[in-house]
Design a protein around this ligand. Structure first.
Ligand code: CUA
Length: 334
């Protein structure tokens, strides 16, 4: 009986220490959405349970190893034990109850994260290898940054142009796959102003690791001024060929593979591309002029650039006018 009391006290102490230790190392990033609250609440109860179960196994094990080890010179056999029904029933019933309780808590929390506000603002999200594009149908512009007003529910209606991607902002906790051929929904109510980042969390090819986009939670006034700046910029840009070209490039996710600062992703950078020689994989060199660029947009496999996998870029269907505008934009980067 004395051993049970000692082990019982040690189990309780170890549980508390384990829980405090796990809490102190900060396993979760900051909590930045209303949906994160029930998830973190559930996570906390899981940590409590895990700390207790860990201690319940480790403490008696360690205690037995130390206290009941064989004494010097003791050559007798250990005591022979038959099964113990009471113990077996207990360690079946208690875990069963735990699993049932957590199944209930899990579905309860899931229900809370799915709670829909009928006035939620709609944002259309397009995922493609390897970029995110955010379309604000209420305001009529497209952005590569996701700006959200604080304390307002938004619903992201997400589509994929190619393979399965997954929209994940760790600070919001909720994660949702983006699946080709269907629209998936992601509801979120950001509660903390600040900059975050969406990551793709479904392995989707060569540049999966770089498939990120800024997510910025603004105060309502800042969000409103960002929206009007975007609207003005979109209206002004559509008046010039290069501005229109830039919008097309943005809306089609080209920047997921092509940078404008000289760094290299899955495709060649556009910086200093126009008018300069391009080395091809067959050893020849071409000048990146209008004809070459047009051909490469419509049929990327026609001339393969050295050092880049030819099968990555899909052909894009643009009108002649659109291609001329895109080339006008590329000229601004030379
Ligand atoms: Cu898209 Cu990984």
């Amino acid at each position: 009986m004395r051993h049970f009391v000692i082990v019982g006290i040690l189990v309780i102490l170890t549980s508390i220490l384990t829980y405090l230790g796990l809490s102190a190392i900060g396993l979760m990033p900051v909590e930045a959405s209303a949906q994160a609250v029930p998830i973190d609440w559930l996570w906390n109860w899981e940590m409590v349970t895990i700390s207790f179960l860990f201690s319940l196994i480790m403490v008696p094990l360690a205690y037995s190893l130390i206290v009941f080890r064989r004494k010097k010179g003791d050559m007798t056999d250990a005591e022979h034990m038959e099964g113990n029904y009471a113990l077996e029933i207990t360690w079946t019933i208690i875990p069963l109850m735990l699993v049932l309780v957590f199944a209930y808590l899990g579905s309860y929390s899931l229900g809370l994260t799915r709670r829909a506000d009928p006035n939620a603002m709609i944002i259309k999200v397009k995922a493609q290898q390897w970029s995110w594009t955010f379309d604000y149908p209420d305001y009529g512009f497209t952005s590569n940054e996701l700006h959200l007003p604080v304390n307002k529910q938004v619903v992201l209606q997400m589509e994929s142009a190619d393979v399965i991607h997954s929209f994940w902002v760790p600070e919001f906790r909720v994660k949702q796959d983006v699946v080709p051929g269907r629209v998936t929904e992601y509801r979120i109510t950001p509660t903390l102003i600040g900059p975050y980042k969406v990551r793709c969390s479904e392995m989707c090819g060569t540049s999966h690791a770089y498939m990120e986009a800024p997510v910025i939670v603004n105060a309502q006034a800042d969000f409103d001024s960002w929206v009007s700046a975007q609207k003005e910029a979109a209206a002004a840009a559509s008046l010039t060929p290069e501005g229109h070209g830039q919008q097309l490039v943005l809306a089609n996710g080209c920047r997921g593979c092509h940078t404008i600062d000289g760094s290299v992703l899955t495709g060649p950078s556009w910086l200093h591309m126009y008018g300069n020689p391009v080395e091809l994989s067959n050893g020849t060199t071409v000048i990146a002029d209008d004809a070459y660029l047009k051909e490469s947009i419509l049929d990327p496999k026609a001339k393969e650039v050295k050092g880049f996998a030819p099968t990555v870029m899909p052909p894009f269907k643009f009108t002649d006018q659109e291609i001329a505008d895109i080339i006008a934009y590329l000229k601004t980067l030379k």
